[in-house]
Ligand binder design. Structure first.
Ligand code: PLP
Length: 393
């Protein structure tokens, strides 16, 4: 039994390596695929667990000019990290008491889902203008809010229902005419329940845009699709596609691999074997002895657990790669660690185990891992905890 901390060249226990080159390559490829539509790189949820500021900077290097942040705090963090307003950042999930002064001042694009939000944005524009030029209340506002009106076309999360659409649009037109906002976009988000239902949602969006134009609105861009329909339904791309999962090399269509889509998984999750033990046939391991060795064998301790975001369900059928070979997780996944059965193979403490990655060294991809435990790759990567350092290459 060797303690990994005593191995001089291997001071780390666990880490997520984020291949920014692969991320940029995915973005360049996706931009080509969706052109002439624009590509928004969605970096919400801390860049799906990859680290939002690092991936956002890489996205900008790859020529992306739209970022999807979700919350204002994240949008502000991106601006503070040095992303200037030549790059647009969309936020669309707000507290009901949100005030939008900083968002207006920092030129954050705002996805608007209610009349109350629109009024709060208008108040923010007035107060920002007042702060900039207190003596010139009647002067033209030179920083109108950047607004995207969100129609609920069936998902029933964000967006206004069609019945409330005309009222929202009419007020937005008044505010536009007063120089308080720009109609930067109109959008919706698909349920992806079936192609036919997505088509109906797209038709609902088209009708809503038609009605808004009848009222006098002119939107600078229309957007609807995310990773799935953005690739599978070219006719629904409109002017912009908002993609998260694909950009991280996690294709979302059943039975489709990253390679099938010309993408590379960006994150590799690895850990160094902490301990190796020889056990006799019949020996139970980990909590509850849910696994008893069928023969004399060696078990190796992998120091990642459910506190790091690794589901306890991974006990059933998931493998980890070591020296190019796959070994099954055996026994309960604990808070900080789990065991793999390596048989009679010469595994040592300090060996690097790859949980998931691009699949080039025998390891699973995160999509394969997710399939085995009945979830999606996005849930795994975005759920990885802060004890796992993100290392950028
Ligand atoms: C998360 C999200 C996306 C990106 O979804 P992916 O399937 O990961 O591409 C796009 N649009 C909205 C509104 C979202 O919430």
């Amino acid at each position: 039994m060797t303690d990994v901390s005593s191995t001089p060249e291997s001071p780390w226990l666990r880490r997520a390596t984020v291949d920014l080159g692969a991320y940029r390559a995915n973005l360049r490829h996706l931009r080509e695929v969706v052109a002439p539509a624009e590509l928004m790189a969605v970096v919400k949820a801390d860049g799906y667990g990859h680290g939002a500021t690092a991936v956002a900077a890489a996205a900008v290097e790859a020529g992306v000019t739209w970022l999807g942040a979700l919350e204002l705090a994240n949008a502000h963090e991106l601006r503070a990290s040095g992303i200037g307003d030549s790059v647009s950042i969309l936020a669309w999930q707000f507290a009901s008491t949100e005030t939008f002064e900083r968002a207006v001042a920092e030129r954050i694009d705002l996805g608007i889902s209610s009349l109350a939000q629109l009024e709060a944005v208008a108040r923010a524009v007035a107060s920002v203008a007042e702060a900039l030029a207190p003596d010139a209340a009647a002067a033209p506002i030179d920083a109108p809010a950047l607004v995207h009106l969100n129609v609920d076309t069936g998902l029933h999360r964000d967006g206004v229902l069609v019945g409330e659409w005309d009222a929202l649009v009419s007020r937005a037109i008044e505010l536009r005419d007063a120089g308080i906002l720009r109609l930067r976009g109109v959008y919706s988000h698909l349920a992806e329940a079936s192609d036919d239902e997505d088509t109906e949602s797209a038709e609902t969006l088209t009708e809503a845009i038609g009605r808004a134009e009848g009222l006098g609105a002119r939107f600078e861009r229309r957007h609807l699709t995310a990773s799935s329909a953005g690739l599978e339904r070219p006719e629904l791309r409109l002017d912009m596609v908002r993609m998260g999962a694909n950009t991280y090399g996690i294709p979302v269509t059943d039975g489709v691999t990253a390679a099938d889509r010309g993408l590379v998984p960006v994150m590799t999750l690895s850990a160094r074997i902490a301990r190796v033990k020889r056990i006799a046939a019949g020996t139970g391991v980990s909590y509850d002895y849910t696994y008893r060795a069928p023969r004399d064998t060696t078990v190796a301790l992998v120091p990642i657990g459910y506190a790091d975001g690794l589901s306890r369900r991974s006990q059933h059928g998931v493998t980890v790669a070591l020296r190019g070979k796959r070994y099954p997780i055996v026994g309960r996944v604990a808070m900080d660690q789990f065991l793999i059965d390596v048989g009679d193979d010469p595994v040592e403490a300090g060996d690097e185990a790859t949980l998931f990655g691009p699949g080039t060294r025998g390891e699973l991809t995160v999509g394969e891992w997710a399939d085995l435990i009945g979830t999606i790759g996005e849930e795994i990567v975005s759920g990885l905890g802060p004890r796992i350092p993100r290392v950028y290459v």
